[in-house]
Design a protein around this ligand. Structure first.
Ligand SMILES: Nc1nc2c(ncn2[C@@H]2O[C@H](COP(=O)(O)OP(=O)(O)OP(=O)(O)O)[C@@H](O)[C@H]2O)c(=O)[nH]1
Ligand SMILES: [Mg+2]
Length: 196
């Protein structure tokens, strides 16, 4: 069966401080458009789209604003908030989760992850150029929510802890340019000047 991305909830977590970038990187321009819009475009096909950020921080057409349940506690907390809302609005299912700073993600990238889902998996993550799973451009099943809440309650903040390793499916062969992450002004300059 292939319903594209319609059955998946798209999530962008945008509650960060951009301290390395020096100004709000979500609004930084690449090819005339904010990074946030590039990321959002990759998830246009999702039947529900959630933007986790402080109220009023961004306005993004077609995206439902979701406040952090634990403001300032990082992307793992953003994922917790989004999974809770998706479960409430759509029932159990899959979420495509990413940040504001991966502007080269594409619909095809997400479809590739979706095709790699297995009945046992709770997360599907691409391998980056160094062969490491990238948890900030990944699919998560709502069934992982109690685990994430327990982790956060215990003080964990690393996003890579979100899913147990034995329940993560990794996907090889993603073009390295697709996962380009903008943390600093130099990262953005690199993207602007490199063909990828
Ligand atoms: N909802 C939510 N998202 C967050 C939070 N902290 C970071 N993020 C998002 O997580 C993604 C990756 O985070 P980072 O690259 O560390 O972004 P950042 O924290 O804004 O940047 P630095 O301050 O330079 O670390 C970005 O999309 C951030 O907006 C948070 O507390 N809540
Ligand atoms: Mg950070």
């Amino acid at each position: 069966m292939n319903d594209g991305l319609n059955g998946i909830t798209g999530v962008i977590t945008g509650g960060g401080k951009s301290s390395r970038f020096g100004s709000d990187k979500a609004l930084a321009l690449l090819e005339g458009r904010p990074l946030l819009h590039h990321v959002a475009h990759s998830l246009d096909g999702c039947g529900l789209r959630l933007l986790v950020a402080p109220p009023g921080k961004y306005a993004l057409g077609g995206w439902q604003p979701v406040p952090d349940t634990r403001p300032g506690e990082g992307p793992l907390a953003g994922l917790e908030a989004a999974l809770g809302v998706s479960l409430h609005l759509r029932g159990a299912g899959w979420v495509a989760f990413t940040g504001v700073d991966l502007p080269r993600l594409t619909p095809d990238f997400w479809l590739t992850l979706a095709a790699a889902r297995t009945p046992h998996a709770l997360s599907v993550q691409p391998l980056d150029a160094e062969g490491r799973p990238q948890p900030l451009a990944a699919l998560y099943h709502t069934a992982v929510l109690p685990h994430i809440t327990a982790l956060l309650d215990a003080g964990e903040r690393r996003l890579r802890a979100a899913a147990l390793a034995e329940r993560v499916v990794t996907v090889l062969g993603i073009a390295p340019g697709v996962l380009r992450n903008v943390n600093t002004p130099a990262d953005l300059l690199n993207l602007q000047t490199k063909q990828q």
